[in-house]
Design a protein around this ligand. Structure first.
Ligand SMILES: Cc1cc2nc3c(=O)[nH]c(=O)nc-3n(C[C@H](O)[C@H](O)[C@H](O)COP(=O)(O)O)c2cc1C
Length: 371
């Protein structure tokens, strides 16, 4: 099976769409598929100007000499096309829309009744074969899946009109942190499931129901308020690093995804633990976990757990149940999943005092987003 994945995120490889597509395609290759991933931004696509030259003077050829002809040819050869687009204004990105518009030369001008959908009009295709199947991969910034409704309806309708068998959607709300390299270990569990889904799609033509459910679980089960607090803190910190008026230069890839640079501040990582908090693992728990961080990013914070929720608080806790003292780089590594917390404790990388049973529960309480 030949699979063509199109990444319509203008952020190309520093994008949640790319990370999900990569994992999905790896799974497809595990099951024997041949895969290709095209970054639509690299095609330098120019928008369709509606001149219809491709229907009249140069049948089948667009006036624009850019990467579209090659991508359209790859699409004709593919058995399965994966449309990858982040949610932009409740729909697809401009890049993806431009790609779809630019498929116009693929059809002839004639209006005919659609043999697959009697009662509806279509244009005959110029060339066969067409892709047999298609699916959608989409991340979005807001934490609720409801925002995907218009996008899903749009793609399902397009697929039906093109006669593509629709394999479904892989949707990921609250996905902005997925694009950060430093946080990659946190999402390893989720991406491993995406990979399994890729293999199942090739082997069985569908994602098995238990896997569908696992893939739909929240990456940040700590609730909407904790997610908002986490996201808003991220924007405050980015604004502080790039103050308004200091420069009008666009933020670079390295600003959005600092791999070698300052990374996500440790305070944000600790605050992020409230977003990753899993209330299912905390039935009846009332506790205060205090973090006393030293090293390059010193600070004292605590996490207040009660009534099935977890709140991040700047400053020490009164009567903490558990106190953790750690260098900030050690805690950063633990909270991003790059280092195992228990192992680090045994190695003496940090100290803990108070309720050790609570310390041992932290892996489950802060679910590491592993579905
Ligand atoms: C112009 C623009 C419009 C956006 N519109 C929405 C939106 O309607 N709903 C939403 O939840 N997120 C929206 N977002 C956020 C992106 O969907 C989110 O950051 C996503 O994870 C980006 O994916 P990427 O990393 O693959 O580019 C928008 C972002 C941009 C830049």
């Amino acid at each position: 099976m030949k699979v063509l994945a199109l990444n319509g995120s203008p952020r190309k490889t520093v994008s949640a769409t790319h990370r999900i597509l990569e994992a999905l395609l790896a799974g497809m290759r595990d099951a024997g598929a041949e895969t290709e991933l095209v970054q639509l931004r690299d095609l330098d696509l120019r928008p369709c100007i509606g001149c219809y030259t491709c229907w009249v003077r140069t049948p089948g050829d667009c006036i624009h000499a850019d990467g579209m002809a090659g991508a359209a040819a790859a699409m004709r050869q593919a058995d399965l096309v994966i449309f990858g687009t982040p949610l932009y204004h409740y729909s697809m990105t401009g890049l993806m829309k431009t790609f779809l518009d630019r498929l116009l030369p693929e059809v002839q001008p004639w209006l005919v009744e659609d043999p697959r959908s009697p009662g509806l009009t279509t244009h005959p295709r110029r060339q066969e074969p067409r892709p047999q199947r298609a699916m959608l991969v989409s991340p979005c910034g807001f934490p609720e899946a409801d925002h995907f409704r218009p996008l899903v309806d749009t793609f399902r309708y397009i697929a039906a009109r093109h006669g593509w068998q629709w394999l479904g959607e892989l949707l990921r709300p609250g996905a902005e942190p997925l694009s950060r390299s430093q946080l990659a270990p946190l999402f390893a569990g989720y991406l491993a499931r995406v990979r399994e889904a890729g293999a199942a799609l090739v082997a069985e033509g569908r994602i098995p129901e238990p896997l569908v459910e696992a893939l739909a679980r929240d990456l940040f089960p700590g609730g909407r308020a904790a997610f908002h607090a986490l996201a808003n803190r991220y924007w405050q910190e980015l604004q502080a690093r790039h103050p308004a008026g200091a420069s009008a230069a666009p933020l670079e890839e390295a600003d959005l995804d600092p791999v070698d640079g300052p990374g996500v501040p440790c305070r944000t990582l600790v605050a992020g633990m409230a977003g990753a908090f899993d209330p299912r693992a905390a039935a009846g728990l009332e506790a205060r976990i205090e973090l006393r961080l030293g090293g390059a990013e010193p600070g004292i914070y605590h996490l207040a757990i009660g009534q099935g929720a977890c709140r991040f608080v700047d400053g020490p806790a009164t009567a903490p149940s558990l106190t953790i003292e750690a260098p900030s780089d050690v805690w950063a590594a633990i909270s991003t999943g790059a280092r195992d917390g228990r192992q680090a404790l045994m190695e003496g990388a940090y100290r803990a005092s108070g309720d050790f049973a609570l310390l041992l529960r932290m892996g489950q309480l802060f679910a590491r987003s592993a579905p």
